[in-house]
Design a binder for this molecule. Structure first.
Ligand code: AMP
Length: 214
């Protein structure tokens, strides 16, 4: 089971990817999470991508492809994986094709989550997360019990730097110009399924599973 999750930032790819990963018992491979981890650990990659990420731009294809190649070389992906946030450019999609071909593997399906732009901005600017355990909240749609604090460990919630309004607009622009064309790329390969990314996470998961015939 090799799934690619496409969709604009804030479409709920990360949430669906986690649910699908636990459903199909395969790893969730999120390039965004991997870059955030590099940033937090202050690695050479982390230092390189910090300003690009904070400004809402895309990390270069070379750095991203190399990181994905290393990740997909690990044994835990033997039964499949869920790609979240990769590929994001035509060059990455072509690289992934070659990489999977060299590994003798094939993409099962590309799921594209569609959400209207004003909903995306609302979702991302209200998103808050716990820096300790990673639980994600929304100030109005999924608020914590105590305003500003994590339900699980009472840590003060934070807003991702790139969820600030001006950065959100830049990320959406990058998506429209560089990533959205990949829908056609996968449609041409008869791999694309479009899913309306509106509703509860479980409801969207049910639609996704149905689309996968599961
Ligand atoms: P995400 O959590 O997927 O929205 O990713 C957060 C940020 O990480 C993006 O805004 C980019 O700066 C960077 N990033 C993640 N995945 C990629 C990718 N495939 N190509 C380039 N940059 C990426």
């Amino acid at each position: 089971m090799i799934l690619i999750l496409l969709g604009p930032p804030g479409a709920g790819k990360g949430t669906q990817a986690k649910l699908l990963a636990s459903e199909f018992k395969v790893p969730h491979v999120s390039t965004g999470d991997m870059f955030r981890d590099h940033k937090a650990r202050g690695t050479p990659i982390g230092r390189k991508v910090q300003s690009i990420m904070d400004a809402g731009g895309l990390v270069t294809d070379d750095v991203t492809n190399e990181m994905v190649k290393e990740r997909l070389g690990r044994p835990d992906v033997a039964n499949g994986f869920i790609l979240d946030g990769y590929p994001r450019t035509a060059a990455q999609a072509q690289y992934l094709d070659l990489l999977l071909h060299s590994l003798g593997r094939q993409i099962t399906r590309c799921l594209s989550y569609e959400v209207a732009e004003e909903v995306l901005v609302e979702r991302m600017s209200g998103r808050r997360s716990c820096p300790k355990c990673g639980t994600v909240y929304h100030v109005s749609q999924n608020p914590p019990k105590r305003d500003g604090f994590c339900d699980r460990d009472d840590t003060g919630l934070v807003q991702r730097d790139d969820d600030k309004p001006e950065t959100v607009r830049k990320r959406l622009q990058e998506y429209r110009s560089k990533t959205e064309p990949l829908r056609q790329f996968y449609r041409d390969r008869h791999l694309l399924t479009e899913i309306e990314g509106v509703g509860t996470p479980d409801g969207i998961l049910a639609v996704t599973k149905k689309a996968l015939g599961r």
